[in-house]
Design a protein around this ligand. Structure first.
Ligand SMILES: O=C(O)CCC(=O)C(=O)O
Length: 249
């Protein structure tokens, strides 16, 4: 890598990009974010955990582009967003999936204890990076993302957010992690092996984010049965073939 963003990312496993989305760009995206949340509230949730907003304050879904054309064209395909992603991932950028989280006030310890994401969807070359788009600001009290810089270099077994990751939660407590407070329009890029998590929202202001999980077009899934959208956001997907293109998630 020969760019400052890429070098910082390579060293730390994350990069906080300021002001990627302007207020004008963000306003219609927030409207559609809210519309997705309303639709979710009216539909049965397949998830007992992350969607149980009455318990942990979080409403979530994967794949915002399955709801909103605007989120696809102005969010996932936003030029400034992909320009930074390219400095980290390279010229071929493929969507794994995205995740919307609205986090409202809750006293319950949230579902995001410190974990690595590779465990939920390993890729052969570990090129997965999440671009966490802040639709609203996230302060420490609102449950901003926390990371352990430099932990992205290796996979750790059982680095899960749920109780089965209890040992790593002791080793990487939420309280000691670096808090990455962000403004609306900022994007935190982080590697899927970077230890990350967040506390529940202690305030009345909702925290609204969309994580865009992307990988290099030269990488591909490890094993089978993973949710991979394989939507090419920039460049080329070298591992696509007639079978993958016809596969169910
Ligand atoms: O949005 C957050 O605070 C954390 C989300 C997270 O850890 C994840 O989706 O893997």
């Amino acid at each position: 890598m020969n760019n400052e963003t890429g070098e910082f990312f390579e060293e730390n496993g994350y990069f906080l990009a300021r002001g990627v989305f302007s207020p004008q760009e963000l306003a219609p995206l927030e409207e559609e974010f809210d519309r997705i949340v309303q639709q979710l509230k009216q539909s049965p949730s397949p998830y007992a955990g992350p969607n149980a907003a009455e318990d942990n304050g979080i409403i979530s879904t994967t794949n915002v582009h399955q709801y909103s054309a605007l989120w696809l064209t102005q969010g996932l395909l936003h030029k400034g967003f992909l320009d930074i992603a390219e400095q980290i991932i390279g010229p071929d950028i493929v969507l794994k999936h995205s995740s919307l989280y609205e986090k409202r006030k809750s006293d319950v310890v949230g579902p995001f204890r410190m974990h690595q994401d590779w465990i939920y969807g390993p890729m052969q070359n570990d090129t997965v990076v999440s671009g966490m788009i802040h639709v609203r600001r996230a302060t420490a009290q609102m449950g901003a993302l926390r990371v352990y810089p430099g932990t992205h270099r290796k996979r750790i077994e059982n680095a899960r957010a749920d109780d089965s990751g209890a040992d790593v939660h002791k080793q990487f407590p939420l309280e000691k992690a670096t808090v990455l407070e962000a403004e609306a329009g900022d994007v935190i890029f982080f590697h899927y092996c970077t230890f990350h998590g967040s506390i529940s929202n202690q305030t009345d202001e909702p925290r609204k984010v969309v994580h865009v999980r992307m990988f290099s077009g030269k990488d591909c899934g490890e094993g089978t049965g993973q949710r991979i959208e394989n939507l090419v956001l920039r460049g080329w997907n070298y591992h696509a073939n007639a079978v993958t293109a016809n596969a169910f998630a």
